[in-house]
Design a protein around this ligand. Structure first.
Ligand code: MN
Length: 232
């Protein structure tokens, strides 16, 4: 049996609708997993059963994590999704307790960091300005900035490189890294772009978007491969 990967649903406020970027699903399938879009839901009984059923969890991109969760007031332009914050907090707690693999992407790395006690830059252009382009324009499968891979990190072992060009589409980033997380990649302007939790069977998160570049970039697909392998 292939591992079942629960994928956090994307939420479209305007259309009152959940949706999905196909790359999240397709990259999991290519990695040998069975992706399932989870319902947007905060019912504890349902979430418990979903965590029982799934072998791993993908924390997708999306709205900003509520700054209330790290004791800050939201700056202008910060858009949140309360139900995702609640649902993902519950699933992440259970996944960590049950040692089930987790991969976070974009909002995913930010949410995991907040959940474990870290903080964020709420808005990179106003709080951490630099020449590095973190908010690129299409096409999104084209790498836009470099990251330095931390020596000896699991990411280095996975892709066997000390520098990597990545795409970038984010206006927030990790400020204070949560206790229990190790940095795996940093951009030239000092932003944390990948972390892992060494205590956990497999918990990785990246700030870039491998789900938009896996078709043209084998290093992007490798991240999904090691994640799905850990869920077998
Ligand atoms: Mn970036």
């Amino acid at each position: 049996m292939k591992p079942i990967i629960g994928v956090m649903p994307l939420w479209d406020e305007e259309r009152n609708s959940i949706w999905m970027i196909p790359g999240y699903m397709d990259a999991i399938i290519r990695a040998g997993g069975v992706p399932v879009i989870l319902p947007l839901c905060k019912d504890e009984t349902i979430l418990e059963q979903l965590v029982e059923t799934c072998d791993g969890f993908l924390f997708t991109g999306g709205q900003d994590v509520s700054p209330v969760l790290y004791d800050e007031k939201a700056l202008e332009g910060v858009i949140t999704c309360e139900i995702r914050d609640m649902m993902e907090g519950s699933i992440l707690r259970k996944a960590i307790d049950q040692d089930k693999p987790v991969l976070g992407i974009c909002r995913g790395i930010q949410f995991i960091n907040i959940f474990l006690g870290g903080t964020l830059y709420q808005d990179i252009p106003s709080e951490h300005p630099s020449d590095v382009e973190h908010h690129q324009h299409p096409p999104y499968d084209v790498p836009i900035h470099e990251v330095e891979i931390v020596r000896g990190s699991p990411l280095e072992a996975c892709i066997n490189k000390d520098h990597l060009m990545v795409n970038s589409y984010h206006h927030q980033a990790i400020k204070k890294v949560a206790q229990g997380l190790n940095v795996m990649a940093v951009s030239a302007d000092g932003l944390v772009e990948a972390v892992c939790m060494p205590e956990h069977k497999f918990l990785w998160a990246v700030q870039w978007h491998p789900e938009l570049s896996y078709k043209v970039d084998s290093d992007s697909q490798k991240i999904f491969n090691v994640f799905v392998e850990a869920a077998i």
